[in-house]
Design a protein around this ligand. Structure first.
Ligand SMILES: C[S@@+](CC[C@H](N)C(=O)[O-])C[C@H]1O[C@@H](n2cnc3c(N)ncnc32)[C@H](O)[C@@H]1O
Length: 341
């Protein structure tokens, strides 16, 4: 242990850590491992569009995105959708990584000092407080490192952004089109974050629809092939920068075998299309490389069959969680690993 530093196995919150305006603080969670990290408080979104976001999904996304940085989780407050985490990253680095998160609303940097009796300003009402707060025998300076840009997100919302669809010889901007239901930006970010823990530079979305996943993948500078059976969507694929846009039935893709490491997709939910969705699985496996992955958000009613189908072919099927959506929809997300032979 470094001289002058206090380590404890008690929770972060009651611990007085040494003063360090920007530099690292030794976290109690690091005891034994000898880790030196910086303590952050993460505020997860509780809902989007009036629909709840489960705490565990938000936490899982955060940990996946920061997993290369060995995050150590401290105190968690599920009800208030917040947790403390120790990261070996400075605030600028944390902010850069966090900008891809969907379900994280804000991250504060915490600096603990022994409480010397000085008066502390009252806490403003709100989800978090930037400034000094009292915590046990310590005072803590909390500063905002990252806050999700609510206005920018609003601009990207499906009902604002629209999508180019073909009309006659030209195109029109549409916010809805036949039965297409676009994903929210935050859900699209979540799915791409889950998928990105598998590294790949070329992705496929064979049920691309209004391209929410495709746009998110492009925003990160990755290459993506967008395909959909509806030919009217082709101009939209071009407009959002898909590297390749295909009019194709997912049961018969004009793509060579073993072409992709990763498929991220949201097939249709309608029960009338159930057989066609299940039939497309064989094709997805054909175009994926052995050891490749598929991250899929599926209708609850199809989950069992999808699991069984992949299970029988020896694929690994992990449950990522269930995303609640409008109209009472519950959407399981599966992370599937194709076997090597
Ligand atoms: C739930 S939507 C995808 C929405 C998309 N993730 C988004 O956020 O915009 C499902 C899409 O699958 C397409 N689709 C339905 N059956 C298909 C098939 N057999 N092959 C390819 N696409 C199909 C529909 O045209 C629809 O655009």
């Amino acid at each position: 242990m470094r001289p002058g530093r206090t380590l404890s196995t008690r929770s972060y919150t009651s611990e007085a850590l040494p003063s360090s305006p920007e530099g690292p603080t030794v976290s109690p969670g690091g005891q034994g491992s000898g880790r030196v990290g910086i303590l952050y408080e993460v505020y997860y979104r509780t809902s989007r569009g009036g629909i709840g976001i489960p705490y565990l999904l938000a936490k899982m996304e955060f940990l996946r995105v920061f997993q290369g940085h060995s995050p150590e989780v401290g105190r968690e407050m599920w009800v208030r959708h917040k947790m403390r985490v120790d990261l070996p990253l400075d605030p600028g680095q944390v902010s850069a990584v966090a900008s891809n998160l969907g379900y994280t609303e804000a991250i504060l940097h915490l600096r603990f000092e022994p409480h010397d009796g000085q008066e502390i300003d009252p806490i403003e009402p709100g989800r978090w407080h930037a400034g000094w707060v009292r915590e046990g025998s310590s005072r803590v300076y909390q500063s905002e490192v990252y806050v999700q840009d609510a206005d920018a997100l609003l601009e990207l919302a499906p009902d604002r952004r629209g999508f180019e669809v073909r009309q006659g010889a030209g195109t029109r901007r549409a916010v809805g089109h036949r039965s297409h239901r676009a994903l929210s930006t935050l859900d699209a970010r979540f799915l791409v974050n889950v998928a990105r823990s598998k590294s790949s530079d070329l992705l496929l979305d064979p049920f691309a629809g209004f391209g929410r996943l495709v746009s998110e993948i492009r925003r990160r500078g990755l290459k993506v092939v967008a395909a959909d059976v509806d030919r009217d969507l082709l101009p939209g694929f071009r407009a959002i920068g898909a590297n390749v846009g295909l009019v194709a039935d997912a049961r018969c893709l004009p793509v060579k075998a073993n072409r992709f490491d990763l498929v991220v997709t949201e097939p249709p939910f309608r029960s009338a299309l159930r057989t066609s969705v299940l039939d497309s699985l064989r094709e997805v496996v054909r175009v994926l490389k052995p050891g490749g992955h598929m991250v899929v958000m599926i209708a609850e009613s199809m989950e069992k069959d999808v699991r069984m189908w992949f299970g029988e072919m020896g694929a690994g099927v992990d449950s990522v969680g269930v995303i609640p959506r409008g109209g009472g929809l519950k959407c399981p997300v599966l992370d599937i690993t194709i076997p090597h032979c």
